[in-house]
Design a protein around this ligand. Structure first.
Ligand code: T4K
Length: 408
């Protein structure tokens, strides 16, 4: 461990981790089984277009979530786009800005304006701030269950009921999570998962729309396959949103290891909780113990008491080989094309602005263990204990022109 600020890698010391630690290392599961399945797919000569592995994956996802239909797609973004189109959304749709940019892009890509609403202490849409954003052009709300924390589904459903709006959820982070004992995937008209490599359940790239609504599911199925309704009959506009067989077998293998992955993630969460407990100004995002969680994200808030800013801490960690991520900085409203469309948005999104400036995701997953977590937290503790000295040195570096001055 470091004994003086001079030892920090950012000031020229040796990095703590020569092999860097990531936030989103993929979970692989049983590799032998996976390779056998891959080989079976190769032998079958059926690689895509609603093959048997995709159908089996859809069946298993639907069963795990407790919904009637799962429509697997090539990625979460396409699944969102298809769900939005199948729901008939037009005009304006209310979404959080504190999310991955795909949530907003899925709307804007189809000429629908994302209208950014502020978040509350759960990091999800604040239901108290929604009604003021509803206009005659509003057709729906897309809540995001950020980091597996569920939206206030009941309040959002009540608003949608009162204003006749469609309710969808971007559940990219929330496969395997529950709200009041009900699995995510069962809320709103439909929910959308991402099975990207970095997600709790992974299919390399992938996603799905899940719903109990048969007509909606059929519409999504047709849309993901160019709108085909027969061998050479196209009944509606569609796109190529299909998942392939190799992705599906990765998903099936991941699904079989779900419980072990939860245990590994939860152990990491508990290890971080223990180690971070006594570090002033570093507040770990809690998981509700009486719900099902995937514990996929370790997120800390860096408060004033820490004495260093989130951005300085991020730079310090990166230099040490700890590739923490500033999700979801700087917020969709500060990214193009939204920054130009809504130049004053920041004034109306105070909680979003605060979260964008303070939150940091730390490495976790099956590739990270207790020993590494102890080292990361010992470093965090060292930084907070030496905050004054570190800030002064950082300022010195910035003044001498070696680094950006904006990090302090
Ligand atoms: N809605 C929400 C709320 C989302 O968070 C996302 C995606 C979507 C919708 C859209 O779903 P998809 O269309 O992606 O299915 C990553 C992911 O690419 C993205 O899926 C995810 N959200 C987002 C939160 O994170 P980046 O740009 O941060 O990825 P990247 O390449 O920097 O990787 C993150 C970390 O994971 C790095 O430390 C490297 C590590 N990594 C990554 C990959 C791909 C690995 O260790 N192995 C890998 O194979 O977006």
């Amino acid at each position: 461990m470091k004994s003086s600020p001079d030892d920090l890698a950012i000031f020229g010391g040796k990095p703590l981790f020569l092999q860097v630690l990531h936030v989103g290392r993929p979970n692989v599961g049983d590799q032998v089984k996976l390779m056998k399945r891959m080989s079976d797919v190769l032998k079958s000569r059926w690689f895509t277009n609603n093959g048997s592995q995709v159908q089996e994956f859809e069946r298993r996802v639907a069963e795990t979530v407790g919904v009637r239909h799962c429509v697997a797609m090539c990625n979460g973004t396409t699944a969102l786009e298809i769900a939005i189109r199948a729901a008939g959304l037009t005009g304006e749709v209310i979404v959080p800005s504190f999310t991955f940019v795909a949530t907003a892009h899925a709307l804007q890509w189809q000429g629908i304006m994302p209208v950014f609403c502020d978040i509350d202490e759960t990091f999800c849409l604040d239901p108290n701030r929604i009604e003021e954003l509803i206009t005659p052009r509003t057709t729906g709300i897309i809540g995001v269950h950020l980091w597996g924390h569920t939206c206030n589904v009941e309040a959002l459903a009540a608003i949608c009921g009162r204003f006749n709006l469609v309710l969808l959820f971007d559940a990219a982070h929330a496969f395997g999570c529950s709200r009041n004992g009900v699995m995510v995937g069962r809320f709103g008209r439909a929910e959308v998962f991402s099975f990207h490599a970095t997600k709790f359940l992974n299919t390399f790239e992938g996603g799905a729309v899940v719903t109990d609504d048969s007509a909606f599911a059929n519409c999504c199925r047709a849309m993901r396959n160019f709108g085909f309704s027969g061998e050479d009959q196209v009944s509606a506009l569609g796109i190529n949103g299909k998942m392939n067989e190799f992705e599906a077998v990765m998903g099936l293998t991941s699904l079989e290891h779900m419980e072990e992955i939860v245990v590994a993630n939860r152990n990491n969460y508990l290890a971080y909780r223990k180690e971070l407990r006594d570090i002033p100004g570093l507040i770990l995002m809690d998981y509700e113990e009486n719900e099902r969680n995937n514990f996929q994200y370790i997120v800390i808030e860096i408060a004033e008491k820490a004495g260093v800013s989130r951005d300085l801490l991020h730079a310090l960690l990166q230099a040490e080989g700890i590739l923490a991520r500033r999700y979801f900085h700087p917020g969709c409203h500060r990214m193009e094309p939204y920054r130009s469309l809504y130049p004053r948005a920041a004034h109306f999104l105070p909680q979003t602005e605060r979260a964008c400036a303070r939150m940091l995701c730390l490495p976790t997953g099956t590739g990270v263990g207790a020993e590494q977590i102890r080292t990361i937290c010992a470093l965090l503790s060292f930084v907070v204990r030496n905050d004054v000295d570190i800030r002064a040195r950082w300022k010195g570096l910035s003044v001498s022109g070696s680094s950006s001055g904006s990090m302090e």
